[in-house]
Design a protein around this ligand. Structure first.
Ligand code: AHN
Ligand code: ZN
Length: 335
């Protein structure tokens, strides 16, 4: 008799327990589950195409402001972006370099969906350094460098992205800006403001503003070298930590964790610094910081070894494929 009561009570509490479980679970019956996220389809970044864009830039020679190669490269870049269906604007400006030279410079702006309100900004610098003044290598210090990586790589990735945007159109706006006169700065100078002259000019005179102001930006600087590593650059983390963390997580999930390393990096006064502080667009910098070198950059940085041999198309692909994923996810509201 007692045993029977115990089992009834036990049975009852079990039922209650089950009931409470199912009533918890039952709420998912009354609130419909979120619609399954449609898989975002991201076009394939063609690394051979990107590599050929580095080669074609290097073939002009060093792209130093006020030189014929610089003018020729500009015309070629404008023609390329136009052929991908972008609206291209040449933002000409004149600026005094720290050397006293007056530079005839041009920021090259390529817009996809120029009328769209929701936009993101992608950038790189297209000029190359007029001298080879790395402290690591003294060879031909006064000669301009080819800048396959420093200049060429970021531009190449953006050209391939533009080509993919033409092949797989989206409704979101994309503003690609190639900054000029980034690398005419004074090494070890009192202020880093002698660098990034094109980005400083654009940030004071942006081609988009108001409702069209880009949500955020991504700068690519030295994204082509073999074995590149991209720690989370300091200013990027100060001004756009959510963007950095999402891009790095995405990169790691896509299998590019060797490049998009989970490390805090030092501060680089690069083009993005001025876009953040003057234009007030949160912008991150994907920039190669090689471990254990005197400069903190690759051994080839600001030397004549910055030529096509230093470029690894797998690095270009890793960066390009991750940025493409960001673009197509953002366009789909899934970034
Ligand atoms: C400074 O050294 C102040 N900025 C480095 C930015 C840079 C130079 N990127 C490429 N070349
Ligand atoms: Zn440089």
């Amino acid at each position: 008799m007692i045993m029977q009561r115990v089992s009834i009570v036990l049975g009852f509490s079990l039922l209650l327990l089950l009931n409470s479980c199912s009533s918890d679970g039952g709420s998912s019956e009354s609130i419909p589950p979120p619609p399954p996220k449609e898989k975002v389809s991201v076009p394939k970044f063609e690394r051979d195409s990107a590599l050929s864009y580095v080669a074609q830039q290097v073939a002009f020679g060093p792209r130093v402001p006020n030189t014929e190669a610089h003018r020729q490269a500009k015309a070629w870049l404008v023609k390329q972006f136009k052929s991908y269906g972008a609206k291209v604007t040449e933002q000409d400006f004149e600026v005094e370099a720290y050397t006293g030279d007056m530079l005839q410079a041009t920021n090259i702006i390529a817009q996809f969906n120029p009328g769209a309100q929701k936009r993101i900004l992608l950038a790189a610098h297209w000029d190359t350094r007029p001298f080879a003044d790395s402290p690591i290598n003294e060879e031909r210090r006064d000669d301009p460098i080819l800048g396959a990586d420093d200049g060429g790589s970021g531009v190449a990735v953006l050209l391939e992205i533009a080509r993919q945007l033409q092949g797989s159109p989206i409704e979101m706006g994309v503003d690609i800006v190639l900054f000029d006169a980034e690398d005419y700065g004074e090494s070890g100078g009192e202020t880093p403001d002698t660098y990034a002259l094109g980005a400083q000019y654009w940030s004071r005179n942006p081609h988009v503003s108001g409702a069209q102001k880009p949500k955020y930006g991504i700068l690519l600087d030295m994204v082509g070298a073999q074995g590149a590593r991209f720690p989370k650059e300091y200013f990027s983390m100060q001004y756009a930590p959510q963007v950095v963390n999402k891009v790095w997580k995405l990169g790691q999930n896509m299998g590019y964790g060797n490049y998009f390393v989970n490390e805090q990096g030092g501060a680089i006064t690069d083009d993005h610094y001025y876009v953040n502080t003057i234009a007030r667009i949160p912008m991150i910098d994907i920039i190669n910081r090689t471990k254990g070198t005197q400069t903190g950059f690759g051994e080839h940085w600001h030397t004549h070894n910055d030529d096509l041999d230093i470029i690894d198309k797998r690095t270009l692909r890793a960066v390009g494929q991750v940025v493409l994923a960001v673009i197509y996810r953002e366009a789909n509201g899934q970034f």
